[in-house]
Write a protein that binds this ligand. Structure first.
Ligand code: FAD
Length: 380
């Protein structure tokens, strides 16, 4: 839409589109099949300044905001949603979190290698017994002199098998909110990356369990005050929900484009299937939903950048965009008929990848809980 973007954002969008077409799309299907990881693309993202997209320039980042980070997710998500999910875990869940909450010394120690792509980052909140109820986590960190000793386990951690640095949440007190954040390096004693988990979709984004058995973490690696991490967690979840919505927008757009092109070519009953009104209706609904989601997601991103940290707007953008991405995946498969169900065409991958958007970073149900809570408990 004319006037939607600044000239810098337009340049970023076209750079991202070219990058996604050249570096992500060609391998997306093969990496999905073998559950590979596009390490080379990560290195190239570093070259484009994408790995520290929201980090201030004074710390070597691009100094951009939530709008630009969402744009990156959208453009790359259309080509390879799973590589983009790994990029999100690195750049938002880990790097942005450190940029916002870590001390100057911690930023100077960790950000350069994360931004240059030498290290890949991850964030570990979820545990086998604590998913939606994130504050119910049980990994414990006990202070022993100048260190903390961590015990517990995490699961579903994006980039787990590839990461060198993990932002880890652990309990440091007796109440539900006594949570602290730690920076754990892969080589710390007592830390182990567990099983790599095989998945329905997002298969080029490696996921694993983690375990901490008397894992010794220096005091210098605690981020912020002890027992004060719930606010970090919530703030980072908000930007995560908005930026991850960009991946849903990318998937939805890929579905609309692929299905529309197919409908122009495929002939049945001596006419293109695009001439049938039922196919037209499906395409029109897909495109309208994608446009509506886009408007909502960028409204949330702009609000975030202007300092308005309205949690329910982020939740709405995550909920609506995830729903329309899955719907678009189903519709695209339907428009391609039997071919849509085959691995030779990308739409079945779009559908499998889209489903994660309704689960990761908070399920659709939890988004509804957040939105309803705001309506029922806040000033409407
Ligand atoms: C591919 C993938 C990547 C991920 N990456 C990361 C990562 O990098 N780091 C990380 O920390 N976590 C990560 N996660 C974890 C993700 O955030 C959780 O899976 C998600 O929050 C849901 O938690 P759960 O899986 O334990 O489901 P549960 O919380 O057990 O939920 C099961 C069902 O119950 C419903 N439910 C639960 N509570 C309520 C309620 N109060 N009201 C209504 N319904 C409810 C849920 O909506 C869901 O349908 C990832 C997950 C996946 C699948």
């Amino acid at each position: 839409m004319k006037g939607e973007w600044t000239s810098e954002q337009e340049l970023l969008a076209s750079t991202l589109e070219d990058f996604a077409k050249q570096e992500l799309e060609p391998d997306a299907s093969a990496l999905d099949e073998k559950e590979g990881f596009n390490r080379a693309a990560f290195q190239k993202m570093a070259g484009l300044g994408l790995l520290g997209i929201t980090v201030p320039e004074s710390y070597g980042g691009a100094g951009l905001g939530c709008v630009e980070a969402t744009l990156a997710m959208e453009k790359m998500g259309a080509a390879c949603a799973s590589s983009t999910l790994s990029y999100l875990a690195h750049s938002i869940l880990c790097v942005n979190n450190l940029s916002e909450n870590a001390s100057d010394a911690q930023k100077k120690k960790y950000l350069p290698k994360l931004i240059s792509g030498e290290w890949i980052g991850a964030m570990a909140m979820t545990e086998p017994g604590a998913g939606s109820d994130a504050l119910g986590l049980r990994t414990k960190a006990e202070r022993k002199g100048d260190s903390y000793v961590l015990n517990g386990s995490k699961t579903f951690i994006t980039n787990g098998p590839e990461a060198s640095v993990f932002v880890v949440y652990a309990k440091t007190g007796s109440t539900k909110k006594d949570i602290s954040t730690f920076i754990v390096e892969k080589g710390f004693p007592g830390f182990k990356v567990g099983r790599k988990l095989s998945k329905l979709g997002m298969r080029a984004s490696p996921t694993s369990e983690l375990s901490f058995e008397n894992c010794v973490v220096p005091l210098a690696n605690r981020v912020g005050e002890e027992n004060h991490s719930v606010s970090h967690m919530m703030r980072n979840l908000n930007i995560e929900r908005i930026t991850i919505s960009g991946i849903s927008l990318g998937i939805a757009r890929a579905c609309v484009e692929y299905a529309a092109n197919y409908a122009k070519e495929r002939k049945q009953f001596d006419q293109t299937i695009g001439s049938f009104q039922m196919v037209q209706e499906r395409l029109a609904e897909m495109a309208t939903n994608a446009a509506a989601a886009r408007a909502l997601v960028y409204q949330a991103a702009r609000a975030y950048d202007s300092g308005d940290r309205d949690l329910s707007l982020g939740a709405m953008s995550k909920l609506f965009s995830a729903q329309i991405a899955t719907r678009a995946g189903l519709d695209a498969v339907q428009i391609l008929g039997g071919y849509g169900y085959m691995k030779e065409y990308p739409v079945e991958r779009y559908l499998r990848d889209a489903k994660l958007m309704e689960i990761g970073a908070g399920t659709n149900e939890i988004m509804r809980v957040l939105i309803a809570r705001e309506l029922l408990e806040g000033d409407v």
